[in-house]
Write a protein of this length. Structure first.
Length: 424
């Protein structure tokens, strides 16, 4: 199987970095507002603060579960796509249209039994786009530029975080909080599609059977040791990070007795602290990793910073309202710095340990399971197990127990990356 439009050995195509930045920002900006508080606020209004954590955990868990199966399958399919428009473009277009329609439909819906499947569809289609974008980077960017492009793409994520928090605070209704970000994200992804000079496969089309699809989820961690360890480290760090994302507003409501307006306003403050350091960590980390030729140390630092930030949240309700809220801001600053460092080298490190250059998109899709699986487990475990049991054992301590547990997991996830041998 041959291809045309392969990456130049010296540099990615002209304008690719900016287009990738736009598309990455657009995808995350579309999907983040519901995750960062939009769905939490909607559920508080629908069922109240007491019931919201369990329902939110179920929704976010199921959404992440279906996303878990999306990227490896799409990666396998796009690796074998013989469209005249390219290998990745048709899938990015499909995902963009899909998440735009699903998120638009979520806005006016108030029935829980409809919100759940719509959120699952939004997660599926956004992961179709994200998986295809990761594969495009592997197609288009040479090895010595991977850190820079990965870091640049990472800068888009904190920007999406910040604009999402501002959007939630400014827009007055659930309908607008869902539709406006989805529309903006969809337009930016369409610009990327129109401008991308995609890789085109030629030659005989390979057959894909059911066995191929199921094998999309295999990665043989014992055979490909570095690949497996990197996956585990990534999953632990993302589990720690996922412990905050969906639950921060409910944490503020439960532990600091804030109303909805106060939650959204304080959410902006925490997001500013987080994204400023996220952008700095992502850009500086990507540049520095290329400069010194090392990846692992930045992953270790990221796990430590994220873990310490989450542990700060665990302590914050125990030291009084004013001091506690200040500590939340400090914790979010550390979390943002850590996540920025993680984003700066994540894509580059994953590409460095891929076992087979002919199945890049599939293998990168398996890596994305380490992103989505924690998002599946974390809200389910928090909403259904740790928070209710913690509050039953020690009333009011549920969130502190949850954040203490996940903070330790984040630190350990960063530490085990030094077990990887084939990457400096």
């Amino acid at each position: 199987m041959e291809s045309v439009g392969r990456v130049d050995e010296q540099r990615e195509p002209k304008g690719f970095a900016f287009l990738y930045l736009l598309a990455n920002f657009g995808t995350y900006f579309a999907i983040l507002p519901p995750t960062l508080g939009g769905m939490s606020i909607k559920l508080q209004n629908l069922v109240g603060v007491e019931r919201a954590p369990t329902i939110l955990g179920l929704m976010m868990g199921l959404g992440s579960l279906v996303a878990l199966f999306t990227q490896p399958i799409i990666g396998k399919l796009s690796d074998n796509t013989h469209s005249k428009f390219g290998m990745r473009k048709p899938w990015i277009l499909l995902g963009t249209i899909g998440f735009l329609l699903a998120l638009t439909a979520i806005g006016p819906v108030e029935a829980i039994f409809l919100l759940v499947p719509l959120w699952c569809l939004a997660q599926i289609f956004s992961n179709v786009v994200q998986g295809s974008l990761h594969a495009v980077v592997a197609d288009q960017v040479p090895e010595h530029r991977l850190g820079f492009i990965s870091g640049l793409g990472g800068v888009a994520i904190p920007c999406a975080f910040l604009l999402s928090a501002l959007t939630l605070n400014i827009l007055p209704t659930d309908l607008l909080r869902s539709i406006v970000p989805a529309a903006i994200g969809g337009v930016l992804c369409l610009i990327f599609i129109l401008m991308l000079n995609d890789r085109v496969l030629t030659g005989t089309r390979s057959k894909i059977n059911i066995g191929d699809v199921f094998r999309s989820f295999s990665f043989q961690p014992l055979k490909y040791r570095d690949y497996g360890i990197t996956w585990i480290s990534k999953a632990m760090i993302m589990f720690c990070f996922a412990s905050i994302a969906s639950y921060l507003t409910l944490f503020l409501a439960s532990s600091f007795h804030m109303n909805v307006a106060q939650q959204l306003q304080f959410n902006v403050y925490t997001t500013v602290c987080s994204v400023v350091m996220m952008a700095v960590g992502s850009f500086v980390g990507g540049w520095a990793s290329d400069r010194i030729g090392k990846r692992r140390v930045f992953v270790a630092l990221s796990g430590t910073c994220i873990g310490l930030g989450v542990l700060s949240l665990a302590v914050s309700p125990l030291i009084g309202r004013e001091a506690g809220l200040s500590l939340v801001l400090v914790g979010q600053t550390f979390t943002g710095l850590g996540f920025g460092l993680f984003l700066s080298v994540d894509a580059a490190l994953c590409i460095d340990v891929l076992p087979d250059p002919e199945t890049k998109a599939k293998d990168l899709g398996v890596f994305n399971i380490a992103n989505t699986l924690p998002g599946t487990i974390a809200p389910l475990v928090a909403g259904s197990v740790v928070l209710p049991i913690g509050n039953w054992i020690a009333p009011g301590w549920g969130f502190s127990i949850w954040f203490a547990l996940t903070g330790v997991i984040g630190v350990l996830g960063g530490a085990i990356i030094f077990k990887v041998r084939g990457v400096p």
